[in-house]
Structures are given as structure tokens and as C-alpha cells.
Design a protein around this ligand. Structure first.
Ligand code: PBG
Ligand code: ZN
Length: 325
């Protein structure tokens, strides 16, 4: 046997390209966007190159330029000015969805994030109980259902609940179906961990938790040391009617993405979250890593681990990164 065996298929770019098992495509990436009420000009989000807290006008302009950059799938986070404990008014974000769909129609696929953390005074993803030390599950689900309905009515192609309350997938699916939204896709943030990697996002979404008796999201997001709970959530949300399941953050939970995507035959999305993305950008900014290759390597890891869909702040740069040498 010759010494040159495995290296034979690595020797030039053609044979390397021919033998690849996974590929990266802009078609399977979703660009997150933030739109805030009462902001007079777009505000750069710290750490997230090219991502802004948009005004309603700049959101439309950004979407136009994203379409030119080959991006057609979006995940919208609305940041209304008014905050409420209950009976939240979803009209600001619904209005942005309507404006986007009126302008771009079927040229874009628009998912709307459904949560309460940008709309409550305390920044939690649900309704606080009377004691102020826990989220009231049933009251939270009622609010989430109202948001999902408002967003579907406004023309969202997909609603994506990110709150981690129990039973919200079944409740949202039932409400959508009852109100003529059988075609609205339901993407569940099913496997979402309590993570220290959400920092830039919370600036953009103005959603840092700040209740006196409930300081973090540990009572609803998953514990990183309890992978068994990830299975319970994924199986439950699949059974309740989620069309797409998600793992979030990405890299630290690649083990679960790999196993879950093999076992549960639903399309899997991965959210490369703000802190993960900002860490890569910081490395590249210091000239300690080649930017395009760095992002390609991480995106490839997600595809290898079984993600169909990648939610990344870099979608709008991806064409450049995929083509760079
Ligand atoms: C909460 C939510 C979070 C993100 C999106 N929706 C996390 C959190 O604040 O706990 C994180 C996304 C990111 O960091 O990019 N509904
Ligand atoms: Zn939230």
C-alpha cells in the first residue's frame, strides 16, 4: 500500500470540493433584525458588525440592501416604546411586519420572534406572578398567543416563540389554526439554554431582566448541565406541533444539535447567538483570525452537526464570506 492514501483526496481544490459532504448556502441562513419605536436614526449594536437597532424606515432600507446581498429570510425583533405587565400592545411590531410584507411580499420570508422580554417593564420573557418571584405560565402563554396572532394577522410567514414557557407551542398552533393561519410556520426555540452569550442581543432588544426577586432566566431557560431536559423540550415541542426546532446558542451545544437532529426528524435550526458572533468578530478585528474563513469554519460546524437552518447576524455578509478565498 502506498503511503499517499488519505491525502490523495486533499491534494487540490477540485478534488476537495468534489468530496465535501456538507455545504454552506445563503438560502439556509436567516438574518435577525431589530426595529425600535421612537429611535430617530439607526443605532449600531455593540459587537455585532453591520447590525442596528433600526427605525421603521431604516428597516425597509436595510431589507432592500439585504435582498441585494442575497439574503431573503429574516427574523424580526420588535422593540416597542411602551411596556406593560399584561395585555401587551403588539401593534408596533405587527405594523413593521405589515410594512415589510406590503413592500417586499413573497420576495422575503419573514419570521417574527414572539416573546415578552422587550415589552415588559421587568425584562422577563413572561408575566410575573403576584409575589414577583416566578413567571405565571398560563398568563404568559395567553400573552404569547395574542402576539403570535397579531403577527400572523400582519402577514408573518413564521412565528418563533423564544420565551420557554410550557405549553405555548400547542396553544399558539391551536389559535393560529382557529383564526385562518393554518399556513403560518411555527419555529420553536425548543432547546434554549440559560447562557452568558446573550449580551449584545439584550442591548439591541432592550430586554435585560431586572425584577427584584427574579434576577435571571434560570427558572425558564435550560440549565447547561442538564442535557436530558433538552430532549424533553424537543420531544414535547415536536409533539405539540412545532414545524421547526431550534438549538440555541450554537457552538457550546453542538453535541445536542448533533444527537437531536439525528433522532428527531424535524428540520433543525441553530441560533449562532450575539455573544458567539461578537467573539468571532472581535478576534477578526484584532487581526488574530481571517474573518471570512473564521465564519465559514463555524457555519460549517453547524451544518455538519445537522442544522438545516442557521440563524446568524452574519447572513448579510455571508455571500462575501462564502466567496472569499
Ligand atoms: C429572549 C431571547 C434571547 C435571545 C433572543 N431572544 C435570549 C435572552 O435574552 O435570554 C438571544 C439572541 C442572541 O443573543 O443573539 N427571548
Ligand atoms: Zn424573551
Amino acid at each position: 500500500m502506498s503511503n499517499l492514501t488519505l491525502r490523495r483526496l486533499r491534494q487540490d481544490r477540485h478534488v476537495r470540493a468534489l468530496t465535501r459532504e456538507v455545504s454552506l448556502s445563503l438560502e439556509q441562513m436567516i438574518q435577525p433584525c431589530f426595529v425600535a419605536e421612537g429611535v430617530s436614526s439607526p443605532e449600531a449594536v455593540p459587537g455585532l458588525t453591520g447590525v442596528y437597532q433600526e427605525t421603521p424606515d431604516s428597516l425597509l432600507r436595510r431589507t432592500e440592501s439585504d435582498l441585494r446581498a442575497g439574503v431573503s429570510k429574516f427574523l424580526l425583533f420588535g422593540v416597542p416604546r411602551a411596556r406593560a405587565e399584561r395585555h401587551v400592545d403588539w401593534s408596533f411590531t405587527a405594523g413593521q411586519i405589515r410594512a415589510l410584507k406590503e413592500r417586499f411580499g413573497k420576495d422575503i420570508w419573514l419570521a417574527a420572534d414572539v416573546c415578552l422580554c422587550s415589552s415588559t417593564p421587568h425584562g422577563h420573557c413572561g408575566v410575573l406572578n403576584a409575589e414577583g418571584d416566578h413567571l405565571d405560565n398560563a398568563a404568559s402563554v395567553n400573552e404569547l398567543v395574542a402576539a403570535a396572532r397579531a403577527y400572523a394577522d400582519a402577514g408573518a410567514d413564521c412565528v418563533a416563540p423564544s420565551d420557554m414557557m410550557d405549553g405555548r407551542i400547542a396553544a399558539i398552533r391551536a389559535a393560529l389554526d382557529q383564526h385562518g393561519h393554518e399556513r403560518t410556520v411555527l419555529m420553536s426555540y425548543a432547546v434554549k439554554f440559560q447562557s452568558a452569550l446573550y449580551g449584545p442581543f439584550r442591548v439591541a432588544a432592550d430586554s435585560t431582566p431586572k425584577a427584584d426577586l427574579l434576577r435571571d432566566r434560570g427558572s425558564y431557560q435550560l440549565d447547561p448541565a442538564r442535557p436530558g431536559d433538552a430532549w424533553l423540550c424537543a420531544e414535547r415541542d415536536a409533539a405539540e406541533g412545532a414545524d421547526i426546532l431550534m438549538v440555541k446558542p450554537g457552538l457550546p451545544y453542538l453535541d445536542l444539535l448533533r444527537e437531536l437532529s439525528r433522532e428527531i426528524r424535524k428540520p433543525w435550526a441553530v441560533y449562532h447567538v450575539s455573544g458567539e458572533f461578537a467573539a468571532l468578530e472581535a478576534l477578526a478585528a484584532q487581526n488574530l483570525a481571517p474573518r471570512a474563513a473564521l465564519h465559514r469554519e463555524i457555519l460549517t460546524a453547524f451544518r455538519r452537526a445537522g442544522a438545516s437552518i442557521i440563524i446568524t447576524y452574519g447572513a448579510r455578509h455571508a455571500r462575501e464570506w462564502l466567496n472569499a478565498s
